[in-house]
Design a protein around this ligand. Structure first.
Ligand SMILES: [Ca+2]
Ligand SMILES: [Ca+2]
Length: 417
């Protein structure tokens, strides 16, 4: 092979490029063509296919096709130097063509880690896109920006069932203190099979799964509206296209992994008011060897469970649905929750084995004998907590209803009968 003439080398290089274009347009798996004999790289193809850093990594597949070696690598997630940004491994040309920004190498140097950032008025179908607030959202004088900012998100493949939205940064205006509605600023998702709740306020660290539906091929629209009330609103939302085999269970707006973790109502970090019209489920994946789950307030001293009432009392079940008592019908639902693993409300309602609805201003006083932090545990599977907040906060009894922050811990099967 070392004896090839220059024209023969050019021919081989072009033939290699032809193979690349055929395969990459028909498959998620990207392929590169190199002439392994003309080591390391045919100079004429080096710029086009960017394999000058070719290594012998385990992630690529090689096979001999005549005198060409086809190098395949999947479009996996990759990490860049920026800790907040992950990308998708593409060839440098594909990254440019898809409107991404190359940032570092991946696939043992055969690809570039391609970052996709989008803002108002744009669209994407890329797995792992960052939807960020525009420059004009920055603070100018005493007035905040008035915006109606939309991003359209298309399915990136036939086997995508959900979008996962991670709010890396989310700081919008607060809800109206009386209605609890997001009437100043709002974030909403439209076009999905089931509409998630409209949210506003402070939601950094929260996430949502959006169901695309089996037959829905239209775009999902993410909309942020701002009224000028918040002087410096901003957001950075990571959008992941979730393949059907990796999806969260149906009906779970939030899906948490791990033996323990923290769950919060939207705008809990705003410490002003929980949002109205919130109807959704928070699910926790049952980890291997764990059979039950317990929830306790993140900080009972501070009062991190305030959903209805204003008097440091708690209620359960039917009481939570009685606005005359609770000032609201706002509650959370923990299927068959108990305070000591057997029963709830010791000494109050004999014979009631467990409760489903929990409301009030303290998670702890549900069982008067319980000591802080008074966990509520549930042996019902799968582990699900449902949020049911009605459409207003007008009642005087609902002042300072900040919502909830609960820490969950899964309980090993060995600790229970
Ligand atoms: Ca309330
Ligand atoms: Ca309410």
């Amino acid at each position: 092979m070392g004896q090839l003439t220059l024209p023969a080398k050019i021919l081989l290089a072009y033939l290699g490029l032809f193979l690349v274009s055929v395969v990459t347009s028909t498959d998620y798996i990207r392929e590169y063509s190199t002439n392994s004999s003309l080591s390391p790289v045919p100079p004429y193809a080096a710029h086009e296919v960017d394999f000058e850093n070719a290594g012998n990594g385990t992630s690529r597949k090689e096979k001999l096709l005549n005198i060409f070696t086809i190098v395949k690598f999947p479009n996996d997630a990759c990490w860049t130097g920026d800790a907040l940004r992950s990308g998708v491994c593409y060839t440098s040309r594909e990254c440019r063509e898809r409107g991404g920004t190359p940032s570092g190498a991946c696939a043992t140097g055969f690809g570039v880690c391609c970052i996709f950032a989008r803002t108002c008025g744009q669209s994407t179908k890329e797995n792992c896109t960052y939807f960020t607030s525009p420059r004009e959202a920055r603070y100018v004088g005493n007035v905040g920006p008035v915006m109606n900012c939309q991003l359209q998100v298309y399915k990136g493949g036939w086997d995508v069932c959900q979008l996962r939205l991670d709010f890396l940064h989310f700081d919008l205006g607060p809800p109206d203190p009386w209605s609890g509605q997001c009437n100043k600023d709002a974030f909403l998702v439209t076009g999905s099979a089931y509409s998630p709740p409209v949210i506003c306020g402070k939601n950094t660290g929260q996430h949502m799964y959006i169901d695309l539906g089996g037959h829905n091929y239209g775009p999902i629209t993410l909309t942020v509206t701002t009224s000028g009330y918040h002087k410096d609103p901003g957001w950075d939302i990571k959008i992941t296209q979730v393949r059907c085999c990796d999806r969260a269970p149906d009906g779970c707006l939030q899906y948490h992994y791990g033996v323990s973790g923290v769950i919060k109502s939207f705008n809990f970090d705003g410490w002003d008011q929980h949002l109205a019209n919130q109807w959704y489920s928070i699910c926790v994946r049952m980890e291997a060897g764990f059979c039950a789950i317990k929830y306790e307030e993140c900080d009972p001293e501070k009062g991190t469970f305030r959903i209805s009432r204003d008097d440091k009392k708690s209620q359960t079940d039917g009481e939570c649905l009685n606005p005359k008592k609770a000032g609201s019908s706002d509650h959370i639902l923990i299927p068959c929750g108990t305070t000591d693993g057997n029963k709830i409300q010791a000494g109050k309602k004999k014979g009631v084995p467990c409760a489903n609805r929990f409301c009030g201003t303290s998670f702890c006083s549900i069982d008067k004998k319980a000591k802080s932090p008074c966990p509520v545990e549930s042996h019902t599977k799968p582990f699900t907590l449902r949020v049911c907040f009605d459409d207003d906060e007008y009642s005087k009894k609902e002042t300072e209803n900040v919502g909830f922050c609960l820490r969950y811990t899964q309980l090993p099967c060995s600790s229970h009968k």
